[in-house]
Design a protein around this ligand. Sequence first.
Ligand code: HSE
Length: 288
Amino acid sequence: MQIRVPGTTANLGPGFDSCGLALNLYLTLTVGEVQDKWEVIHSLGEGIPVDQTNVIVTTACKLCPDLEPRKLWMTSEVPSTRGLGSSSAAIVAGIELANQLGNLMLSQQEKVTYATLMEGHPDNVAPAILGDFVVATKIEQEVYAVKHSFPETGILVCIPNGELLTSESRDVLPQTLTYSTAVTASSIANVMISAILANDLSLAGKMMEQDLFHEYYRKNLIPHLSDIRETANQFGAYGTFLSGAGPTVLTLVPLAKLKKLQSKLERNYPQAMIKELEIERNGVEVIH
Ligand code: HSE
């Protein structure tokens, strides 16, 4: 059995901790035989545990403590600590592992709720489970998530080679916003979502670039954001935003304009990985 979980981009600018989009980058878990101890075989570097302390295993065992240990093989195209949902993908893989091996018959809603409570916010885990574009909120222990179809678009990501921990990127955020800023920030998010649902990516992209919740406070951590945004605008992109907590920057661009922008960004950022991505419409998948 294989479990395949997509990476995700979160926030889309003003949809902070609420909006997310699934992407065609995958964490794949292959489930092997029962054995004495949990073992996670991967080549993703020393920072990722290979035993029962791996987050996939701890998540699965939290949900289903009686699981028999297994050998697992993990591969991942989702780069770690880059703002593309790698930790959420691991949590979702753990939930699906428990669901399959423990025969839990979890509903999508239950998976989204468990994953959100473990991750703290729904914007990466919800699209990783449901696929496509998801707007969600967590109110105390309740999670509400609505899946929508995101309009067809070209997607370019600029993935810097340096890491940025989500905790570090959240530490620079303010404790409070004034009432009037919060009202404006939320109205920008409302128009952004409405424009997406109306298939108007030009307006959605404009709103994505007007976020007041987080990008301003993170700009010193992500100095390349405003430069990429300016270049992308010159090349006719819809909009550019920080992917999750960064440091990856994501640009939505009409497909006909994507290649030219991609070449320009490759020239401007030779150290970064500039990659074309697509929307993953279905979310986590189990292959028997
Ligand atoms: N909404 C989160 C943030 C995504 O921007 O901090 C990263 O987990």
